[in-house]
Ligand binder design. Structure first.
Ligand SMILES: NC(=O)c1ccc[n+]([C@@H]2O[C@H](COP(=O)([O-])OP(=O)(O)OC[C@H]3O[C@@H](n4cnc5c(N)ncnc54)[C@H](OP(=O)(O)O)[C@@H]3O)[C@@H](O)[C@H]2O)c1
Length: 297
């Protein structure tokens, strides 16, 4: 097991849980590499961690963050590109920087990507994730790729995304007929797998999915029912979503992007990576028990 682990993206939704699991596993030193140390304290403060400044786009800062570490996790994400920072900067160049520095430091590396990553995809986000995996593999042959499906927890991820829409609109606009099949996985199961994988050199790729595969429409119904909310689904064709996203991308904060729409077009089903690690994934229902709708406003 690694004695000092640097986590990039340790302030994020998945990253915070990775830090928690590292602490629970008794990792000697946990270092969280963040862009803004002043903001990071509150989000990772509950765990005994060292905060260090780093931006994956700056190789020098990445190298410093990895000094003395024998383990590294890259859980950095970018969902919304800007003029200043594009998908390639974070998911390809940044990922390559972390991998190269981890190899130089002699650290084991777990790189978090996503199910469906494809370097040949015409979609920018999916392509960048696939090219990122290639950049990581080229720089650090021993790196492990972790590819989760959509993440959930009782108060976050898919659950919150669905509740936000349900609480604001009388109808729930579905992506197409809501037939895209998803396999939501609890973020804690993925975080546990990542900690386990830091000590394994026999696994290259670990796809992480939950115990159930369901159409998006059924998942929305399940979350609405658990929150006691009325669901009125409205099928919306993908070309219309695409047009709406084109406009929404121009609004502040871009509430919807064409990349998000593209992600919802293809099924997200994982190979059985968690079972290989002896992890029995939690069902969505378990996280939904006792869910008050107001908890996720
Ligand atoms: N959420 C999901 O449902 C899901 C599903 C499948 C795969 N994944 C993958 O899981 C990973 C984590 O996703 P997430 O949802 O937890 O992301 P998130 O909550 O958006 O967190 C992103 C993290 O990346 C950090 N970051 C962004 N730009 C950075 C930069 N230039 N240098 C250093 N750090 C930077 C952020 O740090 P600061 O903002 O604090 O600086 C933050 O800690 C990603 O690879 C994502 O693709 C997520």
């Amino acid at each position: 097991m690694a004695t000092q682990v640097t986590v990039f993206g340790g302030t994020g939704y998945l990253g915070r849980d990775i830090v928690r699991h590292l602490a629970q596993a008794g990792t000697g030193r946990i270092r969280v590499a963040v862009r803004n140390p002043a903001r990071a304290g509150a989000t990772v403060g509950a765990n005994r961690v060292e905060i260090i400044e780093a931006d994956v786009r700056r190789p020098e800062s990445v190298r410093r963050a990895l000094e003395g570490s024998d383990g590294a996790v890259n859980a950095v994400s970018l969902y919304l590109p800007t003029r200043a920072v594009g998908f390639e900067d974070i998911h390809v160049t940044g990922a390559g920087n972390v991998a190269a520095a981890a190899r130089e430091a002699g650290a084991a590396l777990v790189h978090v990507s996503g199910v469906g990553s494809d370097a040949g995809s015409p979609q920018r986000y999916i392509r960048a994730r696939g090219q990122g995996e290639q950049a990581v593999r080229a720089a650090h042959a021993g790196a492990v790729m972790v590819r989760p499906t959509v993440l959930f927890s009782a108060r976050g991820g898919l659950v919150v995304q669905v509740l936000r829409v349900l609480r604001r609109t009388r109808v729930f606009p579905l992506f197409g007929y809501g037939e895209t099949r998803l396999q939501p996985v609890h973020r804690s199961d993925v975080a546990r797998a990542i900690v386990e994988l830091l000590g394994r050199d026999d696994i290259d790729v670990c796809e992480c999915g939950g115990p159930e595969v369901k159409p998006y429409r059924a998942l929305v119904a399940q979350i609405a029912s658990a929150a006691g909310l009325d669901l009125r689904p409205l099928p919306v064709p993908f070309p219309l979503w695409h047009a709406v996203a084109l406009l929404a991308e121009r609004l502040p904060g871009a509430p919807l992007t064409r990349d998000q729409v593209a992600l919802m077009r293809a099924d997200k089903i994982a190979a059985d990576g968690l079972a290989t690690l002896g992890i029995a994934p939690q069902a969505l229902d378990t996280a939904l028990q006792g869910l008050p709708a107001s908890a996720c406003s």
